[in-house]
Design a protein around this ligand. Structure first.
Ligand SMILES: Nc1ncnc2c1ncn2[C@@H]1O[C@H](COP(=O)(O)OP(=O)(O)OP(=O)(O)O)[C@@H](O)[C@H]1O
Length: 377
């Protein structure tokens, strides 16, 4: 596990409130010293000879306030991303007091995209023309994939269409802003809008052009050689990308990709955290959506984020639902196994996005977590 510290600059308000008291000194790129603020309980205690006013902390690496989003990605996540593309699962978790800069670091702003859009972009870049266009290989339990029959594929398509239909009125401007670096690059990065049309998106494999063409002119600059070496084209490997997005709120797991059409009651149903039978936790009944383009990924992110804030403010939370959460053993049913191997060499790559708020709120802290799972079948 690697632990990075990111220090954000003071805001104008903080500076005018005199919060910059030199309490924080970066000694080197791995060590910081914290000095208790004047008048704080810690400072008063140390003046009485109880406890210390100085504390040193060490990290894998410290990113100072001058570090840009792009540099942060290069210095921290890129290595993990490379492992992920090599077939290892990964988890990225950000933790800090409210207003510390977690959202800025993970999601970023239109002008300064954070880790998430960069990783999505890099994933598509890496996969290039090897994206599996069908929807019949789907994540299953924690580390597995299942084969879907024609009826199930149909259901997947309509579920996807329902989600995309509910964001179809979103302004393309907002949509584009998610990854915008500057005006000149907008059109290059994003897929043509008709490719994001919900009806077409619902059609799954009907995408007519190779996904690689959409990302060849991405505004993000990566040294692709740092990423895992491409699997040999000759082995016919393809990649299926599915996204799930959930939040943990007051100890309950909520699906953020649940289409509002499915929410007949105003209460959101909490999902269960189950065991796959071999000790791996997974979220039962979590909605997975197959994506074919970076644009679709971006729309899902937008959709889920909207659900998150709406959920917190508009919906009538029922804490009695909490008893549904918690670990529960679920029977492992039939998996795809050998049938998939016979059918071809498909890598199923999964991205799970989630914001963990949970009981951490009690300490005025919260965290973002983000998992990558990938398996070769
Ligand atoms: N590295 C940075 N450079 C410039 N501004 C930053 C940086 N990090 C954070 N900020 C700014 O600081 C403010 C707080 O950041 P952010 O909203 O990301 O905090 P947070 O930890 O997600 O807060 P919360 O837990 O309340 O959601 C925002 O205005 C953000 O734009």
């Amino acid at each position: 596990m690697r632990v990075y510290l990111r220090v954000r600059p003071f805001s104008k308000e903080e500076l005018s409130d005199g919060e910059d008291q030199g309490c924080f000194v970066i000694e080197n790129n791995q060590t910081v010293t914290l000095k208790a603020p004047k008048g704080s309980a810690t400072m008063k205690s140390s003046e009485k000879g109880i406890g210390m006013s100085l504390h040193k902390f060490s990290f894998s690496q410290i990113c100072g306030q001058e570090v840009t989003q792009s540099e942060l990605f290069e210095d921290t996540v890129k290595r993990q991303m490379s492992d992920f593309l090599d077939g290892k699962n990964a988890l990225i978790f950000s933790y800090g007091v409210t207003n510390a800069g977690k959202t800025y670091t993970i999601q970023g702003t239109p002008k300064e995209p954070g880790i998430l859009p960069r990783v999505l972009d890099a994933s598509f870049h890496y996969i290039g023309g090897r994206l599996y266009e069908g929807m019949d290989r789907k994540p299953y339990l924690r580390n597995d994939a299942q084969y879907l029959d024609l009826d199930q594929v149909k259901q997947e398509r309509s579920a996807k269409a329902a989600v995309f239909a509910s964001v179809k009125d979103a302004s393309p401007e907002i949509f584009l802003r998610v990854f915008r670096i500057d005006n000149a690059t907008i059109l290059h990065l994003f897929v043509p809008m008709q490719e994001c049309d919900p009806l077409r998106a619902g059609g799954g494999s009907e995408s007519s052009s190779s996904p690689s063409t959409h990302f060849s002119s991405s505004p993000f600059s990566y040294d692709q050689t740092v990423f895992a070496s491409d699997p040999p084209e000759a082995d016919g490997s393809q990649f299926a990308l599915w996204i799930a997005f959930f939040e943990i709120y007051n100890e309950c797991v909520y699906d953020l990709l649940q289409s509002p059409l499915c929410l007949k009651s105003k209460r959101r149903a909490a999902l269960r955290v189950c065991d796959d039978g071999v000790g791996n936790a997974y979220v039962k009944d979590l909605k997975w959506i197959n994506i074919q383009t970076l644009g679709e990924a971006s729309r899902l992110l937008q959709f889920g984020n909207k659900n998150r804030s709406a959920a917190a403010t508009k919906m009538n939370q029922s804490f009695s639902l909490c008893d549904l959460a918690g670990s529960e053993r679920c029977n492992k049913t039939k998996t795809f196994g050998e049938r998939l191997r016979e059918a071809g060499n498909i890598n199923t790559s999964l991205l799970i996005l989630g914001k963990c708020i949970s009981a951490l709120r009690n300490n005025q802290t919260d965290g973002y977590s983000w998992f990558f799972m990938r398996h070769h079948l």
